[in-house]
Design a protein around this ligand. Structure first.
Ligand code: ADP
Length: 287
């Protein structure tokens, strides 16, 4: 088990007029090797939740386990937990500060005490994992595009060699091509490095396409959790809480309403296309 949270409640400014319950009695198991998305409205508790995963925030009540260790127990090495659970904040490129891309990525592993070939290998494999070719390594991060800068920042977290990578809206502000590239790289890291990945997203399309499991947060509570396809079957409830389903599902539902005998259980445009073709072929054969 990568992460387990038990009866987690978090209240900001408890006991003051500004008291705010951000999470209420949340329970969750994240298995090793998961690729999990978190969706929910602004203010639903997503950022609070992910900051619990590496001990950055201490819950008001409840327990957090990382790889079986109760992280708030006395004597637990928080530094080790933060190395094992890498957290990439929103717009992480604002935190780049070294003169070159290479040095920026080197900062974390150097602090861990790595040097020589081990350090070099760590930096270079992290930069390659995010798809940044050698031609960029000696450049200033400020010469790069927004998407490239973001990848440098993610490489910096990867260079700490985490087992679990948590990202808060990693594709925010990127264009569609940048979004797709970043998601593909995350998927590849998940597969080749066996990283457990947890990410917050606002895009139903993106989570439908890329993540295997989904958590839906609503007013500080976990409204749904499970296989992405299963979660998106709850179209009505998701719409009630203002989230909805991928656009392509609307098209398929509309076609069905018009009398087409099509299977509407789709997550992506490609899936919809093959279901439509199957449906049309059936109609032609029956004609
Ligand atoms: P999300 O990431 O889904 O937008 P957050 O976890 O940031 O949600 O916030 C959950 C709730 O907690 C919101 O009502 C927010 O206003 C409140 N909140 C978040 N951070 C703080 C803070 N540092 N102090 C007080 N209230 C906060």
């Amino acid at each position: 088990m990568a992460i387990k949270i038990k009866q987690l409640t978090h209240i900001y400014n408890e006991g003051t007029p500004f008291e705010k319950v951000a999470l209420h009695d949340a329970n969750l198991h994240i298995k090793d090797g998961s690729f999990l998305g978190i969706i929910g409205h602004t203010g639903s508790g997503k950022s609070t939740l992910i900051q619990m995963f590496n001990g950055l925030l201490k819950p008001t009540r409840g327990e957090v386990y990382v790889k079986g260790i109760n992280i708030h127990e006395d004597g637990v090495d928080k530094k080790h937990i933060r190395q094992s659970v890498g957290l990439v904040f929103q717009y992480p490129e604002y935190q780049l500060f070294e003169m070159t891309v290479y040095d920026d990525v080197a900062y974390g592993p150097k602090n861990l005490g790595l040097e020589g070939d081990a350090l070099k290998e760590r930096i270079e494999s992290s930069l390659k994992a995010v798809g940044l070719d050698e031609e960029f390594w000696q450049k200033s991060p400020f010469e790069l595009s927004g998407g490239q800068k973001r990848r440098v920042a993610i490489a910096g977290v990867l260079a700490m060699n985490p087992d679990i990578l948590i990202l808060d809206e990693p594709t925010a502000g990127l264009d569609p091509k940048g979004r797709e590239e970043l998601f593909s790289q995350l998927k590849e890291m998940h597969e080749t490095r066996h990283l457990t990945i947890v990410l917050i997203s606002h895009s139903m399309e993106d989570v439908a396409r890329y993540v295997e499991e989904l958590i839906v947060l609503y007013r500080g509570e976990i409204a749904f959790k499970g296989d992405t396809r299963e979660v998106f079957k709850h179209r009505e409830r998701l719409e009630e809480i203002g989230l909805g389903v991928p656009q392509i599902r609307h098209i398929m539902d509309a076609l069905k309403e018009k009398g087409m005998l099509v299977d509407t259980d789709v997550l992506t445009v490609e899936e919809a296309a093959s279901k439509l073709i199957a449906c049309l072929e059936k109609e032609v054969n029956n004609a």
